[in-house]
Design a protein around this ligand. Structure first.
Ligand SMILES: [Zn+2]
Length: 337
């Protein structure tokens, strides 16, 4: 298997086949297509939840959501260690980026409260909003921008059918591009992190954040096994690297932030990017907000953390590492030694 390094540049026409040849590609199988087209829309939500719960019980995630193989080349080669020591400007040792997907109008109404909580920790985050599902309150969008946070686009209408066919995707991509323009957004995350990076080249985005390093609880498990961004065709891919709040609070029923903290410690040791997805829809009660606040307190107290919005992280990666080939990489390392 080939690993995606921080400097992987996948050219646009081959991005999905490259991923699939290396075992990373999510596949919309015939069964998936049938489920999302014909079954899911008619299943009562309780049934859907019961099916999901049975599925989750069968899953055995790796401890702390860490697959040690992901950074094998860093830990076992001198070259790998030298590279990751020079990923970020000094004195930074790791990056942390907070993102949110807003699933409902109730979630959107909760955004200002969570922004206030994040401001206590000096955090700015991104808010991925579904354009064609619930009424989008322009006042909340203004609040997000005024606070220095970022707005991204979260799919089309969140019905699970965005990737059901290439034709359907292209039809929706045109409308999504209009919304990106209208909102001044440059980032995208697909609902349920369904993804097909080759089709997604039709989106006018600077980055996508629908991939993850390791997450066995998603409908398309195929993690890219990279704890760093990489170039996927015309955009920067920002994989998320911590389990989602839904996984922690609902699937695993945890009552504290231990899992997030432990994986964060491992990411910091390996100079990775700490990238979290939470939802205002699940940060809906004081206990969960307290867990989130506890994690932010922990995160912002680690030495060497570089706090970036996703669009800033994508810009940094594109500029510094997007075109890095082996020779200019070696020069960078030699210059800084
Ligand atoms: Zn969503």
């Amino acid at each position: 298997m080939e690993y995606i390094s921080p400097f992987s540049v996948l050219d646009a026409p081959r991005v999905s086949s490259w991923l699939s040849e290396n075992g990373f590609a999510p596949r919309f199988s015939r069964a998936h297509r049938l489920y999302y087209s014909f079954l899911r829309p008619f299943l009562p939500i309780r049934w859907r939840q019961a099916i999901q719960r049975r599925h989750w019980l069968r899953i055995r995630p790796l401890p702390d959501f860490v697959d040690p193989e992901m950074v094998h080349w860093v830990q076992t080669t001198d070259h790998g260690r030298r590279i990751i020591n020079h990923l970020y400007p000094k004195p930074f040792r790791f990056v942390y980026t907070l993102t949110h997907d807003v699933e409902t109008a109730e979630g959107l109404a909760r955004v200002p409260e969570i922004i206030r909580l994040e401001q206590r920790f000096g955090i700015r985050s991104s808010w991925n909003i579904v354009p064609f599902k619930y009424p989008v309150d322009e006042g909340v969008l203004r609040d997000i921008r005024a606070a220095g946070h970022e707005i991204g686009v979260h799919g089309f209408n969140h019905d699970g059918r965005l990737f059901v066919s290439h034709r359907e995707f292209d039809l929706r991509a045109r409308r999504i591009n209009e919304i990106l323009d209208r909102w001044g957004a440059v980032g995208f995350r697909a609902p349920m992190v369904h993804r097909q990076l080759e089709w997604m080249q039709a989106l006018n985005v600077f980055y996508d954040a629908s991939c993850f390093d390791y997450d066995v609880y998603q409908p398309f498990p195929g993690g890219v096994r990279s704890i760093w961004p990489f170039i996927a065709g015309k955009f920067v891919e920002l994989p998320y690297t911590l389990p989602q709040d839904h996984t922690v609070f609902i699937v695993l029923n945890h009552r504290d932030a231990t899992l997030w903290k432990r994986k964060t410690e491992w990411l910091i040791r390996n100079h990775g990017v700490v990238l979290l997805v939470t939802h205002p829809d699940y940060l809906d009660r004081p206990e969960r907000l307290n867990i989130y606040a506890d994690f932010l307190h922990f995160l912002t107290n680690q030495d060497g953390g570089w706090h970036l919005l996703p669009r800033e992280l994508a810009a940094f990666w594109h500029e510094h590492w997007g075109r890095a080939d082996r020779s200019n990489l070696r020069q960078t390392i030699e210059r800084s030694e």
